[in-house]
Design a protein around this ligand. Sequence first.
Ligand code: COA
Length: 159
Amino acid sequence: MKIWMAPAGLHIEPAMPADAETLARLHAAAFYRGWPVEDFTRYINDPKHTPIYVACDKSRRIAGFMILRLAGDSADLLTITVDSWKRGKGLGAALLQAGIEDLRMSPVTHIMLEVEETNAAAIRLYRSNDFTEISRREGYYPRPDGAAAAALVMRRELN
Ligand SMILES: CC(C)(COP(=O)(O)OP(=O)(O)OC[C@H]1O[C@@H](n2cnc3c(N)ncnc32)[C@H](O)[C@@H]1OP(=O)(O)O)[C@@H](O)C(=O)NCCC(=O)NCCS
């Protein structure tokens, strides 16, 4: 099995079917609109198209995860989430690096993502991992107050 080192005594490995509920819970705690558990189950069961990387300890307690969607020479970063208690320790960066290393021998040449333009932590994470802004999408993210927030579209080449 693939495995990557991570900070705080954790490591990163591929998601397993039994992780779906934990991933849905972590995701729902971090985003205004969560996704159904069934979506996570579907992604986990299709690792060729939607690889999921989980950061966990030896007992497999999961502190964060990242989902990619692969299509031809492009990978979309569907989501990355770190448990709020475990943020700021380098886990987000480690998840990104694990995914990037895993794609090295694949046809993928670049990674794309959208991020809410007010999400300072995520934007900093992406900029310090060589993602650059290529465009902006108005009204991309729904918000609880009814107003929609703009997204930055970011891209990183793999070589
Ligand atoms: C975005 C997220 C995944 C980052 O995970 P993390 O484990 O805290 O990230 P890291 O510890 O690896 O930090 C990465 C960078 O972000 C910076 N950062 C972390 N928290 C920050 C904050 N609250 N404000 C500004 N910068 C922050 C770190 O200083 C670091 O920057 P550096 O590389 O220049 O030193 C995490 O904050 C999260 O889960 N947020 C909620 C979900 C989300 O918004 N996901 C992204 C959707 S596009």
